[in-house]
Ligand binder design. Sequence first.
Ligand SMILES: [Cu+2]
Length: 236
Amino acid sequence: MSWRGSGRSSFRSRSSGNGGSTFSGGSAGGPPLIVMMGLAFGAGLIMLIVMIASNASAGGFVAAGPRPTAIPRPTATPRPTPAPAAAQPTRPPAAQAANAPGGSNVVDETPNRTIEVRADPNALAFVEKSLSVPANTVVRLDFINENNLGVQHNWVLVNGGDDVAEAVNTAAQNNADGLFVPPPDTPNALAWTAMLNAGQTGSVTFRTPPPGTYLYICTFPGHYLAGMKGTLTVTQ
Ligand SMILES: [Cu+2]
C-alpha cells in the first residue's frame, strides 16, 4: 500500500509539475488518465513484486531441486559377537562320577541267575568268600551291606587276581567324588555295585567272563588291604 501510495503521489506531482499538457495531449481527460496510469503503475509494481516473489520462491524450489541423494551412512560395522565363554575345564560328568553300578561286563539283560553276597556284620570282610558261576551267564548280584560297624562297602569284580585288583582299588580310592567306586572305563573292572551305606542292598547285572578265577573286592579305602575280598570261579 505504501508503495502504491507513494508511486501515485510522485506521478501526480511530476505530471502536474512538468505540465499536464504533455500527458493530457494524448488522452481525453487529464485527471482520470493520471489516476489510471497511477493505478496501472501500482498494478505493475504489484505484479513485479509478485513476480519477484514467485521467482524467488521458484528459485528456492529450483535451488532445493533434486535433493542430493543422501550420502549413504556407513553401514554400522557389525559388533564383534562376544566370544563364547571359554569352555570350562571338563569335570567328569556327574553321571560318571556318581556312585552307581558299572563295569565293562555290565549288561541290560534279564539275568539267568541271581547271586547274593553279604558283608560280614562285624568285620571288613564278605561272608561269601567264594562263588562259582558258569561262563557266558547273565548274573544279577545282590550285595547286602549288613553290618554293625556302620561302614560302607561295595562289591567289585576284577579281571584277574590281586595283580589287577590293586590297580582297580587305587583308581577307586582316587574317585572320592564317586564315593570310591571305580571310575568309568577303569581297566580290568568287570562289574561293581554302588557304595552302600550300612543296611543298604545294591545290585549289578553283568555277563560272566570266560572261564577262570576272578577276585572281587571292596574298594572303600583300606578294606581291600584289610582283606575284604573273595573269589569268583567261572566254570565252562
Ligand atoms: Cu568295604
